[in-house]
Write a protein that binds this ligand. Structure first.
Ligand code: BGC
Length: 768
């Protein structure tokens, strides 16, 4: 059946009008038709008109790297994509940006294909589009869910203005391995914090109403296990037991479904012998089955074909069969579905109903976005111009940047700095860098658009500020091989830095990783300061011990010398566009830091994976072992450099008087646990009060501590407050031997504190 677009438009319009009238009528009656049911009816009506090829087309996603508004590509891959687009064989494009380019392609889909079905436009809006927020790991350090949600909402509004209607974020992979470059993209090591942040980000991206011009589809990725790559090497094999999968890796994905996320992305890695992309247990049984997810799953880039290299599929046709049967709905850049699915159905290897189901899921999101009503709603060039880089966006990213900073050390109150009359030496290549603070994964932003630390500090004019680079950041093999041209061992600029340091009252050193040293494909085998930066730090220390070390990094670093010697350390990650302003405001005390580490900092890379919620073992050792036959290293302590949940403030918070409303409880009851928090300083400040538990004896061994709740509390100077948490049965549950989440009766320790390694504690009993 050949339906001309114009005929089809009339069909759709009459259908929508019919349904629209019905909705209005029904809204006033008691039998309101649910919005989702209406969408399902609309989807079904379109599916009935579609050929098998067109349904498969919805499952096909192409990358759009060619000059979209130029002449139509004639040869090669781009020409094939263009032809497929016109035939209605493409459901989504990625990496097309700008209202004009998006309009050009959307117009082809809507006006030149038989059915005129609009496209989804996906893009990695990971921490902002052009106005860049802190990297996600940094934002996680804020523990401020409202600020995180707001940051995602800013990213969504700006991205939607340039034509994007789908972001490949948030990455909700838990990781315990600082070597893995993509820890910068997640929320750290903890499933509870990770779940809360996943929810905040999804609500920020998707808003209350997906059909608004300011919201985009979110995507929980990478399903699943990607953050557990062996040895922290990106794309490496993942071999984890059911307990780790269920209790640590999956919770943030489940929280994403509960938060209403509309898409998932599967993953490159092999999970216990089956590549995640071809993993039916994950996608069909858990996600679409147990969790009842009715959005769709996109593959990762080329991950369907990568099952050939994994040794799981013999060729691309076989890979398509495995992926679709496992529940992977959309093929990102493997060309496998568009090439082989029809044949696989004809041969009975794939069920047509599974293709219907995938197409239905994808079409549903297009309705939810309102694309059928107005396919060009994201293509308004005047709106784009007025929106990108708005003042409010800059204010928003500055706010979250300040909140993401973690004060690691502040001996003798070296910080905050006095605002006048001081000579300050600023040292380090990263201090004068306007690109690195943007971090990894900021492909919509332009280089050189971040505020540098030098610029941020120069805004405070009362002091005398001098700057010297000291040394370059050794980039190693980062983006492209040719970046290795930077000399990694050059110390020729040390002397200038030493000279300014000698004459200074305080030295601020900005050291760490360049933004491109983190992210996808940027795993590191060493967690120290790259290149000669450690040498530079020690050389400066010899002439002036008054050092404030400002770290820029996308992962925990192992910097024991700095911890032992440098009086003040500020963890400033890669903070995005407003980086330098945020750092300067913290250094000068205009913002009192309140961040807490979302990931453990090791002393030594050899301790990794190192995480706070470890199991006790039968031979536990935390500090000095009494003999060798204990779980320890003969050449390093077991304890971390900085623990999960740790972070100081210019205020001094004191915890005391932990009380329980009762000691035992049973099903349907709860216990209130309270502490007294005092701000024993003259500075108003915020503290993240953390609640941990330990299940002392269980059918599976349980971690020594598990975060279960937290509250951000603001206290005036010398103010005291009682802070309470409620403990109920659900809070104590885990994935048990019975293969479900439940609470086993017995004793539990309860801990409250300002860091996972510094808590008050008591014990309760759950009776059942
Ligand atoms: C990454 C994904 C990303 C995709 C599209 C892949 O290499 O693993 O996280 O969304 O590329 O850019």
């Amino acid at each position: 059946m050949k339906i001309k677009p114009i005929t089809y438009s009339i069909l759709i319009v009459s259908f929508l009008l019919f349904v629209g009238c019905n909705t209005t009528t029904n809204k006033t009656s008691s039998s309101t038709i649910k919005e989702s049911d209406l969408i399902d009816q609309k989807v079904d009506s379109i599916l009935k008109l579609m050929t098998l090829e067109e349904k498969i087309g919805q499952m096909n996603q192409y990358n759009g790297f060619w000059e979209i508004t130029g002449p139509a590509p004639k040869d090669g891959q781009a020409a094939k994509k263009y032809e497929d687009l016109k035939k209605g064989l493409v459901g989504s494009m990625l990496n097309v940006k700008g209202a004009k380019d998006v309009y050009t392609l959307q117009k082809i889909a809507v006006e030149e294909t038989r059915l005129g079905i609009p496209l989804l436009f996906g893009f990695d809006v990971i921490h902002g589009y052009k106005t860049i927020s802190p990297i996600p790991l940094a934002e996680a350090a804020s523990w401020d869910l409202d600020a995180i949600k707001n940051s995602a909402a800013i990213a969504a509004e700006e991205a939607a203005a340039v034509g994007i209607n789908w972001t490949f974020a948030p990455m909700v992979d838990i990781s315990r391995d600082a070597r893995w470059g993509r820890v910068m993209e997640g929320a750290g090591e903890d499933p509870f914090l990770g779940s809360k942040i996943a929810e905040a980000r999804i609500k920020g991206f998707q808003g209350e109403d997906l059909s608004s011009k300011k919201t985009v589809l979110a995507c929980a990725k990478h399903f699943a296990g990607y953050g557990f790559a062996e040895a922290g090497r990106d794309y490496n094999t993942v071999d984890v037991g059911e307990q780790t999968l269920q209790n640590i890796i999956l919770p943030p994905f489940k929280a994403s479904v509960d938060a209403g996320v509309r898409t998932f992305m599967n993953s490159f890695n092999d999970l216990n012998g089956i590549p995640a992309t071809g993993n039916k247990m994950l996608q069909r049984d858990i996600l679409k089955g147990d969790w009842n997810f009715n959005g769709f799953i996109v593959s990762d880039w080329g991950s369907i074909n990568e099952m050939i290299a994994h040794g799981y599929a013999k060729d691309s046709e076989n890979a398509a069969e495995i992926a679709v049967n496992a529940g992977s709905d959309m093929d990102m850049e493997s060309y496998a579905y568009v090439t082989y699915l029809k044949k696989l159905i004809d041969e009975g290897k794939v069920k047509e109903t599974d293709v219907d189901d995938a197409a239905r899921r994808i079409l549903r999101t297009k309705f939810e976005l309102g694309l059928f009503e107005n396919p060009y709603k994201y293509c308004d060039e005047a709106y784009e111009k007025a929106t990108v880089g708005k003042k409010e966006f800059h204010e928003g990213v500055l706010d979250i940047a300040k909140k993401s900073i973690v004060l690691l050390k502040n001996d003798d109150n070296l910080l905050p700095l006095q605002k006048s009359g001081k000579k300050i030496a600023l040292i380090g290549a990263l201090a004068n860098d306007k690109t690195s603070p943007l971090g990894s994964w900021r492909i919509g932003a332009d280089d050189e658009t971040a505020v540098s630390v030098l610029e941020g500090m120069n805004a405070y004019e009362g002091n005398q500020l001098t700057y010297a680079k000291g040394a370059d950041v050794a980039l190693g093999r980062t983006q492209f091989m040719w970046e290795t041209k930077i000399n990694e061992t050059d110390t020729s600029e040390f002397s200038k830095a030493i000279t300014i340091a000698k004459n200074a009252d305080v030295v601020v050193m900005v050291l760490g990783e360049h933004g491109l040293q983190t992210g996808e494909g940027r795993s590191r085998a060493d967690l120290g300061l790259p290149g000669v930066q450690q040498q530079l730090l020690e050389a400066i220390y010899k002439v002036n011990k008054n050092i404030v070390l400002v770290l820029n990094n996308g992962r925990p670093l192992a910097i024991p010398w700095a911890k032992d010697n440098v009086p003040a350390i500020v963890e400033a990650w890669h903070l995005g566009t407003q980086s330098g302003n945020a750092i300067a405001q913290v250094l000068y005390g205009d913002y009192n830091p309140s961040g807490k580490l979302p990931m453990t900092f090791p002393r030594n890379v050899g301790q990794v994976p190192l995480y706070y919620n470890y199991k006790n073992t039968g031979r536990p050792v935390l500090n000095e072992p009494e003999s060798v036959f204990w779980s320890h290293y003969i050449d390093e302590k077991n304890t971390p450099l900085y623990a999960f949940g740790y972070g100081l403030s210019y205020s001094k918070f004191e915890y005391s008087n932990l009380t329980l409303s009762k000691k035992t409880f049973q099903h349907g009851e709860k216990i209130t646990v309270s502490i007294t928090l005092k701000n024993n300083s003259n500075t108003k400040g915020k503290e993240v009060v953390q609640l941990y538990i330990r299940d002392l004896v269980a059918s599976y061994t349980r971690p020594v501590k598990e975060l279960k709740d937290f509250k951000m509390i603001e206290l005036n100077p010398q103010e005291t407050k009682r802070i309470s948490f409620e403990i109920n049965e659900e809070l104590l549950s885990f994935y048990t031997k019975n293969k479900k989440w439940e609470t086993e009766p017995g004793a539990f320790k309860i801990f409250i504190g300002g860091s996972s390694d510094n808590t008050l504690e008591d014990q309760i009993q759950f009776l059942k």
